[in-house]
Design a protein around this ligand. Structure first.
Ligand code: SF4
Length: 294
């Protein structure tokens, strides 16, 4: 099968060669954990049930997870049956949901694993936590499998993420995601059960682009989705000079204020302290194979 899962449309047979994402068809995973640093409505009592997939179909020069997203072969390859078991193990650990991080290039395997796990009692909401650079037909395949879409809407993606037409592609994808999951639904404790959270990471020196992104979200959704405005940007080694510093409070606050001026009320904001490398998980392969670590 020639791979056209994401907008790269590499057309390669991933059994025998690698495309842009660097991965074969079998899922490769770097960490399975309970994660407390997601948006409050996703962490519940014990944390989101994160599954960090290896590889990525973007290559953001500032990626905090570059260890797993851009170093090919990092992580542990698993079968679809083992992936289904991992889903059930996360449920048994008390995860609030299944949080599939960077899942795009493994969509066919993920759909099969969800089907198997549901037959064996999986009943957690399933979160598709992606960079937003998605094909509409791939998203359509996810109808019925995914409860919550958690896409990024990035600025500077043509320059920093090697993603042509990112804004056009990602906005169409986000409209499609909303069409699939619809309005926000919470349980009695305020945990999100269905709907969409759009994440926007504000970059230094890109405030005006962020304002336009917030305006697009207000115009298309108002408060039918949650907007998560992220200030956690931390410069990694070798990033271009224009983004080689932390965000200022002026840059962050002006984007938050613009969102409020536009009448958006369902907004998550981050504290200044969130810009720190201590929030980057340790990708040690924990729980990928039972009791596994690299
Ligand atoms: S999923 Fe990977 S191989 Fe397939 S089109 Fe995207 S980047 Fe290319």
């Amino acid at each position: 099968m020639k791979c056209e899962i994401c907008p790269r449309r590499c057309g390669v047979d991933r059994k025998i060669e690698r495309g842009f994402c660097g991965e074969s068809w079998n899922p490769r995973i770097a960490l399975v954990s309970l994660h407390r640093w997601e948006e409050p409505c996703l962490i519940g009592e014990n944390g989101a049930g994160t599954i960090f997939f290896s590889g990525c179909s973007l290559r953001c020069c500032y990626c905090q997870n570059r260890e797993i997203s851009q170093h090919y072969g990092f992580g542990i390859e698993v079968s679809i049956d083992r992936l289904a078991e991992i889903f059930l193990e996360q449920q048994n650990r008390g995860a609030s949901n299944l949080d599939l991080v960077t899942p795009t290039h493994f969509v066919p395997a993920i759909i099969d694993a969800i089907e198997i796990a549901r037959r064996h009692g999986l009943n957690l909401p399933i979160v598709y936590n992606s960079h937003g650079y998605e094909n509409l037909e791939t998203l359509e395949m996810l109808r019925g499998s995914i409860d919550i879409f958690l896409p990024d809407l990035k600025s500077g993606a043509e320059e920093f993420s090697n993603a042509p037409n990112y804004f056009e592609v990602a906005t169409q994808a986000i409209l499609k995601m909303f069409e699939i999951v619809g309005d926000l639904q919470f349980d009695s404790l305020g945990n999100l059960k269905r709907g969409m959270i759009i994440r926007h990471l504000i970059l230094p020196n890109h405030r005006k682009e962020s304002l336009k992104i917030v305006e697009w979200i207000a115009e298309n959704f108002k408060d039918r989705v949650i907007l998560s405005l992220m200030r956690q940007y931390t410069p990694m080694p070798d990033v271009p000079k224009s983004i080689d510093r932390k965000l200022t409070s002026f840059e962050y606050d002006s984007v938050v204020n613009r969102a409020l001026d536009l009448g958006l009320e369902k907004i998550f904001v981050q504290e200044l302290e969130s810009s720190s490398k201590i929030f980057i998980p340790t990708f040690n392969g924990e729980n990928v194979i039972r009791d596994s670590k690299f």
